[in-house]
Ligand binder design. Structure first.
Ligand code: HH2
Length: 256
């Protein structure tokens, strides 16, 4: 899954607000082997503020219009954005609030019969990295994802259309993030495809020795994607698509 951020403030600095730049980036990712491109108009980096509906639509709709017919997902928590994106052919709604953010989103997803990704987050982006705590991060994330999956199904979402994501960096310390990948098998056991988004996240920079890192390198991102893939992740969300595709193809050839 390639990442296209139509934002002024994404954590990795890759956000673009010019439609043509976003479209060119998306085509480049598809050309490099991305199975799907995730378009987002609201940064969820630590400390970020929410974006109003009209502004989020203004950012993403021109990009989606231009990319109609390509395999796309929309990174949003808002039913209004999801509905418009679905009208434009988007096939997956990627909701970092796991249907907690907007009470109307679950109905929009169920009615349209599109795929949905439910992600775990402790707290909210503005404050989530203040002091994240768990007794056992993997068990707690697993229980949360099971509950959100059951909720989605109870509201008419087809279980086969749901994928789950432990939410790397969303209310988690570097050790929490590593433990989630280390014990990914426990999340895979839920029985739904698992999405991992470790690309460029600050834990990777910290692992390489910079305690103040805000981003991670491409090579560290690729290493972590391969580690997650080998533990059962199905979808790897990445900014540097060509490098991820090449590494994952090589890793897949060994597993096959
Ligand atoms: N991470 C980000 C955004 N959306 N969605 C899922 N399912 N999983 C993730 O790990 C995830 C996500 C943050 O990365 P990015 O989109 O590059 O940054 P920003 O939110 O600052 O635009």
């Amino acid at each position: 899954m390639g990442v296209v951020n139509v934002t002024p403030d994404s954590f990795s600095g890759d956000g673009v607000l010019w439609r043509d730049a976003a479209v060119t980036e998306a085509y480049g990712m598809l050309d490099a082997g991305a199975a799907i491109v995730d378009v987002g108009g609201e940064s969820t980096r630590p400390g970020s503020e929410a974006v109003p509906l009209e502004e989020e639509l203004r950012r993403v709709v021109p990009v989606l219009e231009h990319l109609q017919g390509e395999p796309l997902s929309i990174d949003t928590s808002k039913a209004g954005v999801a509905r418009r994106a679905i009208e434009l052919g988007v096939e997956l709604v990627n909701d970092v609030t796991a249907l907690h953010g907007d009470p109307e989103l679950v109905g929009a997803v169920a009615e349209a019969g599109v795929y949905v990704c439910l992600m775990h987050m402790q707290g909210e982006p503005r404050t989530m990295q203040a002091d994240p705590r768990y007794d056992d991060v993997v068990s707690e994330v697993k229980a949360f994802l099971e509950e959100r999956l059951a909720f989605a199904v109870s509201q008419g979402v087809c279980e086969e259309l749901v994928c789950l994501d432990p939410g790397i960096g969303f209310g988690k310390t570097p050790e929490h993030n590593l433990e989630l990948v280390r014990r990914l098998g426990e999340l895979v056991a839920i029985g739904r495809p698992i999405l991992i988004g470790f690309s460029r996240k600050s834990t990777l920079g910290k692992l390489l020795g910079d305690p103040d890192a805000r981003v991670g390198t491409t090579a560290a991102s690729v290493g972590m994607a391969v580690a997650a893939y080998e533990r059962g992740a199905t979808i790897l969300r990445a900014h540097d698509v060509r490098e991820h595709v090449e590494a994952l193809r090589a890793a897949a050839a060994v597993l096959a």
